[in-house]
Structures are given as C-alpha cells and as structure tokens.
Ligand binder design. Structure first.
Ligand code: 5GP
Ligand code: ZN
Length: 119
C-alpha cells in the first residue's frame, strides 16, 4: 500500500534506524541526513518517513507531507548557513534524471557556486 515501509528500500531502512545515517534534523514526518557521496560542501537529503517512489507521487498522495519536506529543506539550509549565497533544492525524478533511490527525497545543495542550467 502506498506510504507503507518497503522491505527493500534503503531510505525506509534509514527511517527505521536499520541503516545508519548522519541525521541533521528530524520532524514528525521527515528525516534529514547527509548524503554519503556529497556533491557540494553542504549536501543533505530530506526524506518523508512514509514511502513514495518520488517527490511527485508524494505530492499527489500526501501534499501536506510534501510541504513538510520542502519546509525542512529550507530549515536545513538555514541551519547550514548557506542561504546568503544561495542554494538549490533538487528532486530527481526517474532514472533518466539521475534518480537512483526510489523513495522520495529532496537534495539540499550549497556552500559553493552552483551552475545554471544543471547538467
Ligand atoms: P538520487 O540519485 O536518487 O536523486 O539520490 C540518491 C542519493 O542517495 C545519492 O546522492 C546518493 O549519494 C545517496 N545515497 C545512496 N546511498 C546512501 C546511503 O546509504 N546513505 C546516505 N546517507 N546517502 C546515500
Ligand atoms: Zn522507502
């Protein structure tokens, strides 16, 4: 059922505490932790505790939790001190866009100059 934990999902395992992560923030509905392969000085992932395969599916099914993810991403940026110079919140959706973990997540990237358009 949509939203239920998936046994084979890495990020569901992080939510359950079965896989360790460097958690920087947690709310009732979200967890934020450092990306294991950072692409910028700040690279934090914000995920909903419920399982949905991507951010668009999450927003369609549970818009309030999608809003929680976005708000927490903004709070991570404030906590990390990257707001003054600008930062990016990225949702990769689909393998063709680089999505490799099919549990919705926001990337919060900052602390260096960011190119536009992204690759
Ligand atoms: P995607 O490519 O799906 O948009 O993003 C998935 C992200 O998860 C990647 O940036 C990747 O480095 C990160 N990642 C993959 N496995 C782990 C892990 O075990 N722990 C953490 N903290 N990040 C991971
Ligand atoms: Zn999951």
């Amino acid at each position: 059922m949509a939203g239920e934990p998936q046994a084979d999902c890495l990020f569901c395992k992080i939510v359950a505490g079965e896989v360790p992560a460097a958690v920087v923030r947690e709310s009732a509905t979200t967890v934020a932790f450092r990306d294991i392969n950072p692409q910028a000085p700040t690279h934090v992932l914000v995920i909903p505790k419920v399982h949905h395969p991507d951010a668009a599916s999450l927003a369609a099914a549970e818009p309030g939790i999608a809003a929680d993810v976005l708000r927490e991403a903004g709070q991570v940026a404030l906590d990390e001190g990257i707001t003054e110079h600008g930062y990016r919140i990225v949702f990769n959706i689909g393998a063709g866009a680089g999505q490799t973990v099919f549990h919705a997540h926001a990337h919060v990237l900052g602390g260096r100059g960011l190119q536009w358009p992204p690759g």
